[in-house]
Write a protein of this length. Structure first.
Length: 535
């Protein structure tokens, strides 16, 4: 069966005290006994460049150098340095690290399929990443990361009910040069990175990077395959062209490949009285069933690989699965960011981007020698986005007006194998996805004086979602679980925000904020899903 999944909205009311010392680092000291000079941290959480200490938003900002010092080289490692963030892989569902599940303050999304949207927005150089598949990536050349907590529906739009993570890559340098980083570790770890800055003229400069990370796994399967391994490489290029003081264009391109055998999952325990373990054990020839599993209330507790019992637990570093595992994820993208300054306080920015990915993977869900449950994935998709922003930044007024468009298509082939006797039972959860979204937004801040400021804004978003399912049993491929046709729906939402801030002294500020977020609706693509719509 099939169910429509309605939109989900999020609201947040925050009373916060923001200390000016938070997020800033002492970088110099002029003389002994003199106060340390604080480095100014610039953020773009409100679509304009401003000092972190002046921004009434729950935000954690870290530079690329700070991330490197803390050995944070993958997006899922941001959990170690960002409060309220859980950035994990979707290993239990996917069997590998190709997809992610991200939560901020407990709000996110576990299902990585293309028919539902994430709950936390991920942005790279102002470009939204619309798929959970491929969101777990290496942080190779990051200039800074900003993690915004709470609904961000006004400025960042759809699918930010939990928050948003903004990542910016490093700009090309003005002089020829570069950087090399390398490291070795346990399980034959090698991590290497190369960056090269090449000024091409007085108005054009470029930066090229290459990264490589390889490490053996630490959980061993019966056939000798190691799980938990890593094999990734990345290539990036970034060009900045500035022919005049008013005009600047940034062109970026990236490519990445991630391969692995599978996540380091192990067998924990099983209910030996449940029907499926008894069926699988009888089919495998577990001693004691005598050809009729119904005569025994539970799987015999004997050390035999044909019996689905707790003897399959061989310890924390051994996996008894037998189905061959692999995961191959490939992605690339390009974006163009053009900015024009009409005056010293008025600027126009246009961002266009295109991304494509493909993923081939499978999992052995039971992690035992028995062929009980296997899943195979073949996902291909692309996305494109365009955004136009007009910003104004002249005291006492700061603001932005913008329009946004997003399109996403994917082709998902998912095959699930169950092995009850007398043979294999396979179902197919194939789906074509066609999504689009557009939005209008604005937000303005007025500072009455150096202490008191108010901010208000709103965004109107309209989503169009489409799904074309092809769900069937391989034993009866012409019998479709739902009629094969396009299922389409439209969702819309207005997400306002407002805040008031007061700076008591230079080092301390209090603010109260209200914001709403919008998570687009979608479709439950899983085989035999419930009929009742969910909200």
């Amino acid at each position: 069966m099939r169910a429509g999944l309605n939109l989900l909205s999020g609201r947040g009311l925050v009373l916060g005290g923001l200390l000016a010392l938070i997020g800033a680092e002492a970088v110099a000291q002029e003389a002994e006994g003199q106060a340390a000079v604080l480095e100014e941290v610039t953020v773009t959480a409100r679509k304009v460049r401003e000092n972190l200490q002046d921004t009434p938003v729950a935000i954690t900002a870290m530079s690329g150098d700070a991330l490197e010092q803390r050995q944070v080289f993958q997006t899922d490692k941001l959990t170690q340095v960002v409060p309220n963030l859980q950035f994990g892989t979707n290993a239990p569902l996917a069997g590998n690290n190709a997809s992610s599940q991200v939560f901020i303050r407990g709000i996110g999304q576990t299902d990585p399929t293309s028919t539902v949207d994430p709950g936390v927005g991920l942005y790279i150089d102002d470009v939204y990443i619309g798929s959970a598949v491929g969101a777990r990536m290496d942080l190779r050349d990051i200039n800074n990361v900003q993690a915004l907590r709470g609904p961000q529906g006004t400025l960042f739009g759809r699918n930010t009910i939990g928050g948003a993570i903004l990542m910016s890559t490093t700009d090309p340098g003005d002089k020829f040069g570069g950087a090399v980083r390398g490291g070795f570790g346990s399980d034959k770890l090698f991590d290497g990175f190369l960056a090269l800055n090449t000024p091409l003229s007085d108005t054009l400069k470029a930066r090229f990077t290459a990264g490589r990370r390889k490490q053996d796994g630490y959980v061993t399967r019966t056939d000798g395959t190691d799980l938990g391994d890593t094999n990734t490489y990345t290539l990036t290029s970034k060009f900045i062209w500035k022919p005049t003081e008013k005009l600047e264009a940034r062109w970026l391109a990236d490519y990445s490949h991630a391969g692995e055998h599978g996540s380091p999952l192990v067998f924990a325990s099983i209910n030996t009285a449940a029907t499926f373990p008894r069926v699988a054990s009888a089919a495998a020839g577990c001693p004691g069933f005598n050809g009729n599993f119904r005569t025994l209330p539970a799987v015999p507790n004997i050390p035999d690989d044909r019996c689905a019992n707790n003897f399959q637990n061989r310890g924390p570093f051994h996996n008894n699965g037998t189905t061959p595992l692999t995961s191959q994820l490939e992605g690339w993208g390009s974006s163009l960011n053009v900015g024009y300054n009409f005056t010293d306080f008025t600027a126009l920015k246009f961002i266009t981007a295109y991304r494509r990915l493909s993923w081939l993977g499978n999992r052995d869900a039971d992690n035992t020698p028995l062929t009980i449950l296997n899943t195979f994935y073949n996902v291909k998709g692309w996305q494109s986005s365009q955004e136009l922003q007009l910003t104004y930044q002249r005291k006492p007024v700061t603001g932005v007006v913008g329009v946004y468009y997003f399109q996403q298509k994917s082709h998902d082939i998912v095959t699930v194998e169950l092995h009850p006797p007398p043979g294999i039972d396979r179902d197919s959860d194939n789906n074509d996805v066609d999504n689009s979204s557009w939005a209008l937004f604005t937000q303005w801040t007025y500072n009455f004086n150096e202490k008191l400021g108010v901010t208000a804004g709103g965004r109107y978003t309209e989503d169009r979602k489409g799904s074309f399912p092809d769900q069937f049993l391989y034993s009866a491929p012409t019998v479709k679980q739902v009629p094969m046709r396009w299922y389409r729906d439209k969702f819309s939402s207005f997400t306002p925000s407002a805040s008031i801030s007061y700076r008591w002294v230079e080092q301390a500020m209090t603010y109260v904020s209200y914001s709403e977020g919008f998570k687009g609706g979608g479709w439950n693509s899983h085989f035999n899903s419930v009929l009742t719509p969910a909200q």
